[in-house]
Design a protein around this ligand. Structure first.
Ligand code: C5P
Length: 245
């Protein structure tokens, strides 16, 4: 695998499009770029598993970002269904607790046992959303301490539950890796190339800065989707990521 392919494989494009036609158009413009595709609530709730199968048929790795958070039994059954769909990565909220995260893992393992041809998906815990800042954490969510302390404690809980890694801000990657080990994966949204609008993201870094922090995957939505040329924007981000090699 050359450096372009290695870097592209660590870029997750958030397909946050209102219609499947727009998502297909975006995918067509990105043709030949071997990036990960992230399907979130907007498309999954309208298009369902068929759209995920379509992406898999086109050869993409798929991160199904549904951030499950429910009672353990419900999450276990949801994890079974998602794993059976053949996605490469999916996530649950670490705030659901140890028992819920362990149940998610059980759902994965049961689905694998039922269909041994499946590849085991990477299972990720969501720590604090990248839109959460210190004031919101303390005053709205009632969680004391800093965002980083909360993220690291969720990361440790996620590791204890036997999951593979966490979603966090790129600013927290080093603290997570030093607490949980370098093989514990980090998936980092909150990526903003220099000059692009932050929108609702509070804790951001550029693609190169995020890679230099040692993150495993960067998630990029609006800076690609809303660019005049999404293809150019994606290629420029990959170029920037390559500088970290
Ligand atoms: O447009 P933008 O680059 O901000 O998109 C970031 C994507 O990452 C969105 O799809 C959002 O749902 C997702 N995400 C996030 N923060 C998390 C987990 C996922 O922004 N903690």
């Amino acid at each position: 695998m050359n450096i372009f392919e290695q870097a592209a494989g660590r870029l997750m494009v958030a397909l946050d499009c209102p219609t499947v036609e727009q998502a297909r158009q975006l995918i067509d413009t990105l043709e030949g770029i071997p990036c990960y595709m992230k399907v979130g609530m907007q498309l999954y709730y309208s298009e369902g598993p068929d759209f995920v199968r379509e992406l898999k048929d086109r050869g993409y790795s798929v991160f199904l970002d549904l951030k499950m958070h429910d009672i353990p039994n419900t999450v276990k059954n949801g994890a079974f269904s998602i794993t059976s769909l053949g996605v490469d990565m999916f996530n649950v909220h670490a705030a659901g607790g140890l028992k819920m995260m362990k149940a998610a893992k059980e759902g994965v393992l049961e689905a694998m046992a039922a269909s041994p041809a499946l590849k085991q998906p990477i299972l990720i815990g969501v720590t604090q959303l990248t839109s959460t800042d210190q004031t919101m954490l303390n005053e709205e969510l009632g969680i004391p301490g800093t965002v980083e302390q909360s993220v690291v404690s969720y990361a440790l809980l996620t590791k204890e539950a036997g999951l593979d890694g966490v979603v966090a801000s790129p600013l927290e990657v080093q603290a997570i890796k030093s607490a949980c080990g370098k093989d514990f994966k980090t998936v980092t949204p909150g990526i903003r190339p220099a000059g692009s609008a932050a929108g609702d993201q509070s804790r951001t870094l550029t693609p190169l800065e995020a890679m230099q922090q040692g993150t495993d995957y960067i998630v990029v939505g609006r800076p690609i989707i809303s660019a005049p040329s999404p293809r150019e924007a994606a290629l420029q981000i990959i170029e920037e990521m390559k500088q970290a090699w």
